[in-house]
Structures are given as structure tokens and as C-alpha cells.
Design a protein around this ligand. Structure first.
Ligand code: G3I
Length: 327
């Protein structure tokens, strides 16, 4: 439907996707579409603590090395996702039930080891992911809430550990539902101000942008403007847009819904393209093709058709909507 490439039109920000090593190795259409269409790599899961840190003294960097080398060979930047996430603490680490001093000293070594290994190769990191609830309170299961009287202070020190390990890396805080949840957004902005005032390096805020065609554009627009008012780099870090608003496994995708998805992408690209140049970083889709999306793996089995390429790696109306947003 079009031979134009999104990555050729976005000279002011990267166009990224989350990928999996197994698919890059096993599926040529996946590999060719990724390296042909995108210029930034995120790892869907391989750069998380539970996939790297097998025991206190043993790390498995095989997949991370593969992805970093792949990106270098294909002239792509790499965004590191993510150093600290309540869902990715390994079982051995959680079972050790460290006190706050031991907890922090071991996480510090982990951050120094991982960020240090990829210094100059992984240009940016989500230092912390999803520590807030939508109302701005600390997420209780975040492993750190119970450990530290001042959990934000601990997170700040993790930003410092990452900055020392790679002073040139751009350091992000990442979360979901940010443009819709004012409490979470305010907590993020306040944390960034606190870090700045304390001389702790934080460069950007990530909004995962997992939405659907029925998400209010008005709410997206106003929440987005407030997020941009932080003045930091803005990363739309895990974009996908569910099409199946019937929430039924028997839903059959139709052109009307695919056009609404195209309009969704056109709107957010216009929004993003209009922010100040010094706040532009990347727009990243969470996956490449509708055939392989976390929403299929982990959802209720409904097909959501959330991405820019269909199950045969064909460009969807959403791809054209993205291009139109850049014009
Ligand atoms: O494929 C491997 C298999 O080879 C291996 O034997 C097995 C061992 O556990 O893991 C399998 O990988 C699974 C992977 O998804 C690939 O499907 C992991 O078990 C599973 O934990 C992993 O889930 C990922 C999840 O984060 C947890 O890390 C999803 O792919 C990924 O899409 C999802 O991404 C999160 C973001 O990091 C944060 N924002 C929300 C987003 C969606 O939940």
C-alpha cells in the first residue's frame, strides 16, 4: 500500500520496536521487517534482571550480546529495558529476603555490571519501570516499597549507579497509563524534579502507550501535553493499539476498526512530532507484527491486532496513519 518507510521520515526521533532473539533467529520475515523498517531496538524481555542474573555471581549475557551485536550490524541504537522492575526480580533474589542494605548493595553491583558491560553500546536505559499506581502512590508489590522507608530515594540512587557506570547513557523512568492517570503522571514529574534538585541524572520519561481504538483522543492529548511539560525527553516506549473492543475471542477484524487504529496512530504521531526537538527521543512499538504480540500470549486469548504490520508482515492502515502523522 505504500513503499515509503517511517524510519526515513523520522529524522528527529528513532522508530523502535521490541523484539525477541528467538524470532530474529528463526523467522526471516520478522528479521527482515525489523531491520528494514526500524532504527532502534528494545528487548521484549531479554534485558530484564530475571533473564540475565542467574545467581548473585552468575550473569547470562548471551541474548543481550546477540541483540546488541545485531543492532550494531544493522545501524540501530539500543534502548535498555529495564534495570529495576517488580516483575523481573529473579526468584533466588526474592527468596533471599535481603534487608534493605544488602538489597541495595546487590542491586548496585547488578546495575554496575550490566550498564558497565554495555557502556557506549546501549545508549539509554529504563532504570526503573512501573513503581507507581495510577493514583501516584507506590506500587505495593514493587519489592522496594516494603524495604525502604524512602523508596524514591532508593530509586534515585539506582539512577546514580547507572550514571556512574555509563555517564553518556540517557536514563529514563518508564510506566504505563501515564497520559490517562494524572496521579501517576504527577508522581513521575515530582520524582524527576526531586532527582534534578538532588543532582541525580534523569533524562527522560517513558509512557508505554498500551491503548485501544476506543481510548479518548481528548484525554490522550491533554495528558500528553502535561507529560511534555516536564521538559524531559519523552519516549513512547511500548506502543500498541488494541482493535478488538468487543473483548470477545470471536471478534473478526474489519476495515472500520482498522481505520480507527490508523487514526489513533496518526494522532499520536502528530502529537509527538510537535514536541520540542530537545524532548524528542523515540516512538517504539511493542512488537512488530500482529502475529506475535504479548497481548496474544498473556491476554485472554482474544486477537487484538495491535501493531503496524499484519500477521503476514503486510503494512496495515495503521502504518499509513503513522506516515500521515509525519507529513
Ligand atoms: O520464550 C521463552 C522460553 O524460551 C523460555 O524457556 C521461557 C523461560 O521462562 O521464557 C519464555 O519467554 C517468555 C517471554 O515473555 C517470551 O514470550 C517469558 O517467560 C515471559 O516472562 C515473557 O513475558 C514478557 C513480560 O514483559 C515479562 O517479562 C513479555 O514478552 C513482554 O511483552 C512483557 O513486556 C512488558 C514490559 O516489559 C513492561 N510493560 C508491560 C509489558 C507487557 O506486559
Amino acid at each position: 500500500i505504500t513503499t515509503q518507510k517511517i524510519k526515513d521520515l523520522t529524522t528527529t526521533f528513532k522508530f523502535g520496536a521490541a523484539v525477541k532473539t528467538a524470532n530474529l533467529k528463526s523467522e526471516s520475515a520478522y528479521d527482515n521487517t525489523f531491520k528494514g523498517e526500524y532504527n532502534q531496538l528494545s528487548a521484549e524481555f531479554e534485558m530484564k534482571m530475571n533473564f540475565i542474573w542467574n545467581s548473585e555471581t552468575s550473569y547470562n549475557f548471551t541474548n543481550v550480546d546477540y541483540l546488541v551485536n545485531y543492532a550494531q550490524q544493522n545501524n540501530m541504537t539500543v534502548h535498555g529495558h529495564t534495570l529495576l522492575w517488580y516483575q523481573s526480580f529473579p526468584d533466588w533474589f526474592k527468596n533471599a529476603n535481603y534487608d534493605s542494605v544488602a538489597f541495595e548493595s546487590k542491586v548496585k553491583v547488578y546495575i554496575e555490571t550490566v550498564v558497565g558491560r554495555y557502556k557506549g553500546k546501549i545508549k539509554s536505559w529504563d532504570v526503573a519501570n512501573e513503581i507507581f499506581n495510577d493514583d501516584g502512590t507506590m506500587r505495593i508489590e514493587s519489592q522496594i516499597q516494603g524495604k525502604f522507608k524512602d523508596p524514591i530515594g532508593f530509586v534515585g540512587r539506582c539512577f546514580k549507579y547507572a550514571a556512574i557506570a555509563d555517564p553518556d547513557a540517557k536514563l529514563f523512568y518508564n510506566d504505563y497509563n501515564v497520559v490517562l492517570a494524572a496521579g501517576k503522571r504527577t508522581a513521575m514529574k515530582n520524582m524527576a524534579i526531586r532527582f534534578k534538585n538532588a543532582g541525580i541524572p534523569i533524562h527522560g520519561l517513558g509512557e508505554q502507550f498500551h491503548y485501544r481504538i476506543s481510548t479518548s483522543q481528548t484525554q490522550i492529548n491533554s495528558g500528553f501535553a502535561d507529560l511534555v511539560s516536564s521538559g524531559l525527553l519523552i519516549h513512547l516506549s511500548e506502543i500498541d493499539c488494541k482493535v478488538n473492543t468487543t473483548n470477545s475471542p470471536t471478534y473478526v477484524v474489519n476495515s472500520t476498526d482498522l481505520q480507527k487504529q490508523s487514526d489513533f496512530f496518526k494522532n499520536i504521531v502528530k502529537l509527538y512530532n510537535a514536541i520540542p526537538g530537545n524532548q524528542k527521543f523515540a516512538m517504539t512499538t511493542w512488537g512488530i507484527t500482529d502475529k506475535n504480540t504479548w497481548l496474544r500470549d498473556s491476554g485472554n486469548g482474544n486477537k487484538e491486532y495491535p501493531l503496524l504490520f499484519d500477521e503476514n508482515y503486510g503494512k496495515k492502515p495503521a502504518y499509513v496513519g503513522f506516515l500521515d502523522g509525519l507529513k
